[in-house]
Write a new protein. Structure first.
Length: 67
């Protein structure tokens, strides 16, 4: 699933470490999210939306069925 995490994080001048700390996850999780290799739990998605002050749909772009 595509996402805008890297762009949103850059807009807030936030490092991967800072975002990881706010979410209580590892930096590796943030890297995996940004590289679209990991789909977050719904709770993590809501936390991201709260941090970026936007809707989940503004962060994640669904492109059809998962394979």
């Amino acid at each position: 699933m595509k996402n805008n995490i890297k762009v949103l994080r850059a807009q807030q001048s936030m490092t991967q470490d800072q975002l990881a700390e706010k979410l209580s996850v590892s930096r590796q999780t943030i890297i995996s999210l940004e590289k679209e290799k990991y789909n977050p739990s719904i709770i993590l998605a809501f936390k991201l939306a709260e941090i970026f002050n936007c809707k989940i749909e503004d962060i994640f772009i669904y492109e059809g069925d998962f394979e």
